[in-house]
Structure formats: C-alpha cells, structure tokens
Design a binder for this molecule. Structure first.
Ligand code: NAD
Length: 464
C-alpha cells in the first residue's frame, strides 16, 4: 500500500495539476468501467447478499453513479475556473491581483462500506477526480465478490498511479487509514470512524467522515397517509433498510398511528408479493440478520409490540420484511443503535416540541424527515434541530439533488460530496497574490518607520 501511495505522490508532482480534459477523461473512464461491468456487478452483488434486487442495483449503484459523474463533467469547467478577488490596501488600483484557485490535494484515500459497494466508491470519486486528485480505495470485506469486480474493472481502465483498489478487512483498513494521504474519506459507522480519525491524526491527514445515525421521520396532521406510506416504504424497503438515510424511526401525531400502520402494511404488500420477492433485498449476511433478531427479542423482552408487515421472512436467504415496533423506549437496543435494517419503531407525540426535544437529546442525525403541510411546523422543525440534511414531505430525497451537497453533522459525519461543494471539499482553496511593481505603500510599512507610517496605519484600520 505504501508503495502505491509513493507512486501516486511521485506522479502527482511529476505530471503537475491535471487539465480539464485530463479530469474529464478520468471521469469518463469511471463511467465506462461501470457500464462495461454492469452485469458482473449485478451478479457479484447477488453472490454477496444472497439476494439483491436487480432493479435497485441498476438505479442505486449504476445509474446513480453514472448520473453523478455526468453531472460533474458538465459543470467541471465552471467549477475549476479561478476566481478573481479585489486586493486590499488599494493595491488593486496599483496593478496587484488576488486569485482564488481551487487546486488538487494529491491522493485521496477512500474507505467504503458494504451497503452500496459500488456507489460508495464512485459517488465520491466524481468529486475527488473533478478536483484533480488521485484515488486509493478500499472496499468492504463484507461484499468480497463486488470488491473483486471493482478492482478488476478499475485496473482495466486506470493506471495504478491514478486510481488503485486495495482489498482486505479491518487489519488492512487500519493500515490503510494510517497512510499519509493528502485527504482520507471514510464512509461507515461512527464506531470505526473514531479509529479512522485517530489513525489519520498521526499524520495530520484531513478527513471527510460520512457516517450514519438514527434518521427520524415525523408525521404531522393534515396529510395523505396512503401517499406518505408509499414514500416511507419506498425508502425503508430499499436495500431492506440497509441505507444510511433510511427512516430509522417514525414519530406520528397521536390519533394517526392506526391508520398509518395499516397504510404501511398495505403498501409493503403492494410492493412485494410471492411473485416478485427477488426484488426485495436480503440482509447482507447472517450476522446482520441475527442482529435484527436480537433487536426484536430485546425490544419484546422490554415491553414492545412487534407488527410484521408480511410473512415473507426466510432465514436461509436472510430475508426479513419490514416490522413496526410499538411501545418502544430508549432502554431498547432498537432505539439505542442505528437500525440499518428493516425494523421501524413507531412513537406517538402530542406536541411537536416533544419530538424536537427528543431529537435534540440524541446524536444529530444524518437525515431528518417531516411530513406536514404547515409551513410554521416545517420551519419549527428545521430551525430548532440539527441534521446533515432535511427532506420535507418525503424521505431521503435531498440526497438525490445533484446540486445539493451531501454529508452529516457532528456524530453523523463532516465534509461533503456531490455538486460544487463536493468539488470544493476535495480541493485546496489556494490564495494566490500577484504583487504590484509599485512599492510606495509597502515601503512606508517597513522600518525605520516615519510619520507617514502612522498616517497609513490609521487609514489601514478603515480599509477593509
Ligand atoms: P464499518 O464501519 O463496519 O466498515 C466500513 C469500512 O471500514 C470497511 O471497508 C471496513 O473494512 C473498514 N474498517 C473496519 N474496521 C476498520 C479499522 N479498524 N480501521 C480502518 N478501517 C476499518 O461500516 P459498515 O458496517 O461497513 O457500514 C455501515 C455504516 O455506514 C452505517 O452506520 C451507515 O449509516 C454508514 N453509512 C454511511 C453512509 C453515508 O454516506 N453517510 C453511506 C453508507 C453507509
């Protein structure tokens, strides 16, 4: 690994900053490698998960990665353009120039999780390559077949000095995160995120952390429950809830809970029948399937009621339908841990302030969702909580907006990718100043200082 980083660092210095065309070419090669390996990706993901919906792979992993890369290519020239800024101390009038130039950082290390093994490398790769960097990526060991395909595809399209893929588990991850990268992007749990930060700190490597958390979904009054149920279940059933932005729990206005549960049940059974079960993704492995069972048993032991939305569960294939949990409390694992699976606790509120207080008494979530038409309530929730992003009257859809940056805040992460802010996140915002030939003003500043210096220092205070 060290040798690969050395090769990339040497190439970075030798080749200088990549031009627009070189960056575009790298982004286009990412698209080509994804598109020429789509069948292999689908097969590999199905080996890794036992069953992974083909439709979901085509949208979430393939089209979404390509869409984001294409979006980046279209805007890249504009983003790369250095910005001219006025110089201070009247120096601009004397011929000086101040320029802000987004410059590449060098090599960015990317540590990816298993839930979207392709997307979690290629969504950020768009921002990283756009900013003129090189990439060393480490996919998750929990999706080994997909990791092999990614490595094979990258090696076909890229020299190791531009983009390299390293395989392995936590030991390799630990070594990888201690390399002196120019930036390290980690996507995964906060538990490992702490180890990553500590390893990166030894070399003062700047980091972007894309973490998870418990994203709340608030359902207020005056809403169409059938429509809401479709919107919630579309995302909750995607990847069987194994999404960082999946609705983790629902907080519903008292009186609406029964109708909402019925609508959620109806929706699940409309989405998935015996005939199209291969469109419903398995839990990634036995451990994560059993983790859900542990949460259910723990919640039941502590007084929760579990409502199964469908009888499709199959432990041989690690398939588990969405389950609503009622009467939950914070002593239960299901309310302590990020669920990252098909369980959906449902709490009831009387006053919206109870929900806002609950959210504020827990880690800032990655996503926050509010269903309700009152502008006052929407503003109250937005202005009195913190979260990485917000979607109003749907869940997760802020992620789909290419022009909006994506990231967390505090315990749900820091830094961004997507869009212009993603490009800036992986750029060094370099300030470049071209001094004027005229020296009069600057001459006055130097010792031995005369009366004119005092006058100038008074003027300087007023000049911004
Ligand atoms: P994880 O933390 O177990 O693993 C992620 C990566 O870290 C893997 O590549 C793994 O090999 C590596 N790793 C494990 N131990 C390591 C160590 N000691 N040092 C360095 N690297 C190590 O996370 P996960 O279970 O793979 O992913 C689930 C989590 O990821 C959830 O919390 C989810 O919310 C979050 N997530 C966040 C986003 C986002 O964009 N914010 C996206 C997807 C998933």
């Amino acid at each position: 690994m060290k040798e690969i980083l050395e090769i990339q660092k040497k190439a970075f210095i030798q080749d200088g900053e990549p031009t627009f065309n070189q960056r575009k070419d790298r982004l286009e090669r990412c698209i080509a490698l994804i598109e020429t390996h789509d069948e292999k990706i689908i097969n590999a993901l199905n080996e890794d998960f036992k069953n992974r919906s083909k439709g979901e792979i085509l949208t979430s992993e393939i089209s979404q990665s390509v869409r984001n890369l294409n979006f980046t290519i279209k805007r890249l020239k504009k983003w790369m353009r250095p910005q001219s800024r006025p110089s201070s101390f009247m120096a601009n009038m004397l011929g000086s120039k101040s320029i802000l130039k987004p410059s590449p950082l060098g090599t960015v290390g990317v540590i990816a999780p298993w839930n979207f093994p392709v997307g979690m490398i290629f969504y950020p790769a768009a921002s990283i390559f756009a900013a003129g960097n090189r990439i060393m990526a480490k996919p998750s060991e929990l999706t080994p077949s997909t990791a092999d395909v990614i490595k094979e595809a990258v090696e076909k399209y890229f020299d190791v000095s531009e983009f390299s893929v390293v395989l392995g588990g936590p030991e390799v991850g630990a070594e990888f995160s201690s390399l002196p990268f120019d930036h390290l992007l980690y996507t995964g749990s906060g538990r490992i995120g702490k180890k990553i930060l500590s390893a990166a700190a030894d070399n003062l490597v700047p980091t972007t952390l894309e973490l998870g958390g418990k994203s709340p979904t608030i359902v207020s009054e005056g809403v169409n429950l059938n429509l809401i149920a479709k919107r919630i279940m579309f995302v909750k059933t995607l990847n069987a809830g194994q999404i960082c932005l999946s609705p983790d729990y629902i907080y519903v206005k008292r009186g609406l809970e029964k109708d909402l549960i019925n609508a959620l049940k109806e929706t699940f059974n409309e989405f998935f029948t015996e005939k199209n079960l291969d469109d419903y993704t398995s839990m990634v492995n036995d451990h994560h399937f059993e983790r859900m069972d542990t949460y259910i048993q723990d919640a039941k032991d502590k007084g929760a009621e579990v409502i199964d939305l469908s009888p499709i569960d199959d432990s041989n294939k690690n398939i588990m339908s969405t389950k609503i949990l009622l009467n939950v409390n914070d002593d239960m694992l299901v309310m302590k841990e990020e669920i990252f699976g098909p369980l959906l606790p449902l709490k009831v509120y009387d006053e919206l302030s109870e929900v806002v207080n609950y959210i504020n008494n827990h880690d800032h979530p990655l996503g926050l969702y509010f269903f309700g038409s009152s502008r006052k309530e929407q503003d109250y929730v937005i202005n009195n909580t913190r979260s990485g992003g917000v979607t109003i009257n749907d869940v997760m859809f802020h992620l789909m907006q290419s022009e909006l940056p994506f990231g967390g805040v505090g315990p749900s992460g820091n830094g961004h990718y997507h869009g212009y802010e993603g490009f800036l996140n992986f750029s060094n915002l370099r300030s470049i100043y071209y001094q004027t030939k005229v020296d009069t003003i600057f001459g006055i500043l130097r010792p031995p200082r005369k009366k004119s210096f005092e006058i100038l220092s008074k003027i300087m205070k007023k000049l911004s």
